[in-house]
Design a binder for this molecule. Sequence first.
Ligand SMILES: *Cc1c(COP(=O)(O)O)cnc(C)c1O
Length: 452
Amino acid sequence: MSENALRGLPAVHRFLSDPRIAAFDAVLGRERVKTAVQAVLEDVRISPGLENASASLPALSTAVLERLERERCESLLPLVNATGVLLHTNLGRAPLAPEALDAVTRLGAGYTNLEYDVLEGRRGSRYERTNALLTGLTGAAGALVVNNCAAAVLLVLDTFAKDREVIVARGELVEIGGGFRLPDVMRRSGAVLVEAGSTNKTYIEDYERALSPRTALLLRTHPSNYAMTGFVAHVDARALSALRRRAGIPLVEDLGSGALVDLAEYGLPHERTVREALAEGVDLVTFSGDKVLGGPQAGIIAGSAALIARLRSNPLLRALRVDKLTLAALGATLQLYASPERRNEIPFFAMLRTSLDDLRRRAQAYCAAVPQAAAVPSSAYAGGGTLAQCEVPSIAIEITPPGGARTLVERLRKRELPIVARIEEGRVLLDLRTILPHQDPFVIDALRQVLE
Ligand SMILES: *Cc1c(COP(=O)(O)O)cnc(C)c1O
C-alpha cells in the first residue's frame, strides 16, 4: 500500500488525469507538474491535524492548481501591455522588430563569426560587429557595445577616472528608475565625485573652480525623469567642450535614451540626438539599446576613436560584454534606420505613429464585442527614462466594473496571457496605443470572459 493511501490521501495519478492540471504539462512539462502534486501532498502529510476536508481530492486539486499557476507566473511570460507606457522598464522596455527576431533565430541557431575574421581566417573581435552601423548613424569615429547603459557608464569611469576626480553638476546627480544612481556608480568605479554649482543653477565658472590636477573628466548626465523648472541654469555642451579642450580632459555625456533620429517627427518633444551631442563637442556618449532606439538591452558608447580604443583595452570589458543574440538583434534594428519607412517596422515607432483614427477604429471592435466598454481619450507615455513624462495622445477602453476596478485588473492580470491595465478614479483603462494590434482579439475575448 502506498504512503498516500495509508494516510487516506488520493494517489498522484488521480491529479495528473485532471484536465485542468494536465493542461500545465504543455507549459511546465510533465515532471514539474508531478513534482508540484507531490509537494502539495507532502505538505499535507507533514502537517498534523489537518481537517479531512482539506485532504479531499477537490481541495487538494485546488491547492495543486494554485501552485502550478504560481510556478507558471514565475517564468518569463509574454503579456499585453495595456498601461499606455510605451517603454516600460518593468515590462521589458522596447519590443523587438520582426527583422531583429529573424536575425536572432538565423544567427542563434548555428555558429557565427562572433569572434572570427572570415577573410583572414583568424581570431576577430565581437566588438566590430555593429561598429559600421553605429558610426554611420551617429557620426562617431568609434563605438562599443556593452550590456546596458549602466555598464557603459561604469566602464567609462573605470577606464578614465579610477582614483581620479570627475566633475558633475549638482543638479544632475539624480537617481534614475531601477536604482541607477550616478553617485553610487561613481563610488563603485573608484572615481571621486566633485560637485559643481548648486542644485538648481550651474555656471561654467563652477566647473572651472572644480578643476584640479586630479580631474579625469567632465561628465554630463541626462536627468531623465526628473525635471527642474523656474530659477535654473545649465551649462550647455558647447561651453563644456571649450573648457575640456583647455583642460585637456575628455567630456562624457550619459544620454540615457540615445535618440538616433529627431523624435519630433513622431510628435514627441525634440530630444538631443547622439549625433547632435557629438557635434557639440562631447567626446563620448553613452545610451541604452532598448529605450527609444527600439532594440535589445544593450549599452552603447560612441565617440572618439582614441578613447574607444582605451575602453576596449580595459579588462573589465570582458565582464560587460554582449552575446551574439544581442548583437544580432541590435544589428538588425540599426539596419532598419536606413529609411523612415523601414524604421517604422520598429514597434516603438510603429506605436508612436499609429493615428488616433486607427486607434478609434480598433476601439469600435472592442465596444461592439464588450457591452460594458466605452472608448475614451487617454494619454499614453513614451517612458524610457528621459521621455517618461512625454504625453502621447491616445484612445483607451474604459470599463467601470460593478465588482470594483481592482478585482477586474487582478483578473485580467491572472489570465494565461496576462493583461496589465491601469486604474484611474475607479475606472479600468486599457490603452490601445501599447496593445499590439494582433493582440486585440485576445484582449476582447478576455474582457468578455472576465466580465461575464
Ligand atoms: C536609463 C538610463 C540609464 C540606465 O540605462 P540601462 O540601459 O537601463 O542600464 C543610465 N543613464 C540614463 C541617463 C538613463 O536614462
